[in-house]
Design a protein around this ligand. Structure first.
Ligand code: NDP
Length: 234
């Protein structure tokens, strides 16, 4: 059955791979961007998820184009790394406002319509470092760990209405975000990954589409690592 899907930050990187994977299976897919426009073949809405009014306008536009969002992928996220003692309060709150509060804004807006439909699939894109921690990423890891508590609370609140909420926790994926890391850091990371390579965005997308599919319908409140074994043990 064709679903109405919204992927935040679906204009590039992991979000784009997720959007393409849903589109390839015949779903109606909308993505948010902050000015880049939509990639070919996808319906795009401009939206900064730190702004509730933009979130409201984006959902209204998506609903008009393809009906209420049945599958929400909260993927948009940023990093702003530095050690704790150097991290300004602004650096901390900006990352949390995007990665965690932004996910809350879109999940809340989507869930009102999901409740009415008695169907919904929400997937939050977290990170391996939300569970392991990461030096230099106090803000980012806190925001990504917060998504676990958020998803599990939503799973409990809305489970009786056939709405699932899950977390996908990627390890290192080849995107603009990881391309920014110095080469020495990239080598250190690879040495810790049992599969000895980065993920391709499509390898994250496959798990996300599975969670939203009928095959994943009894999975809720789960944290699924897609990290080549990097975070094993949690
Ligand atoms: P990219 O840096 O390639 O893309 C980030 C996306 O988020 C872009 O679409 C960007 O939009 C969007 N975005 C950022 N801030 C906002 C905002 N305020 N409002 C709306 N959209 C915003 O990241 P990745 O594809 O690598 O990462 C996607 C997700 O996966 C993130 O949540 C990230 O934390 C997570 N992740 C990534 C890993 C990796 O190794 N790459 C590992 C683990 C998790 P725009 O184009 O307008 O800037």
């Amino acid at each position: 059955m064709s679903r109405s899907v919204l992927v935040t930050g679906g204009n590039r990187g992991i979000g784009l791979a997720i959007a393409r994977a849903f589109a390839a299976q015949g779903d109606q897919v909308a993505i948010t961007h902050r000015g880049s426009g939509a990639p070919e073949g996808l319906f795009g809405v401009q939206c900064d998820i730190t702004d509730s009014e933009q979130v409201e306008a984006a959902f209204a536009a998506v609903e008009e184009a393809q009906g209420p969002v049945e599958v929400l992928i909260a993927n948009a996220g940023i990093t702003d790394d530095t050690l704790l003692l150097r991290m300004s309060e602004d650096q901390f709150t900006r990352v949390v406002d995007t990665n965690l509060t932004g996910a809350y804004r879109v999940a809340k807006r989507a869930s009102s319509k999901m409740l009415r439909k008695r169907f919904g699939r929400i997937v939050f894109i977290s990170s391996v470092v939300g569970l392991t921690g990461s030096a230099g990423q106090v803000n980012y890891a806190a925001s990504k760990a917060g998504l676990v508590g958020m998803a599990r609370s939503i799973a409990r609140e809305l489970g009786s209405r056939n709405i699932t909420a899950n977390v996908v926790a990627p390890g290192f994926v080849e995107t603009d975000m990881t391309a920014e890391l110095p080469e020495s850091r990239q080598k250190e990371i690879l040495a810790q990954v049992p599969l000895q390579r980065y993920a391709q965005p499509s390898e994250v997308a496959g798990v996300v589409t599975w969670l939203a599919s009928d095959a994943g319908s009894y999975v809720t409140g789960a944290v699924i690592p897609v990290d080549g074994g990097l975070g094993m043990g949690h």
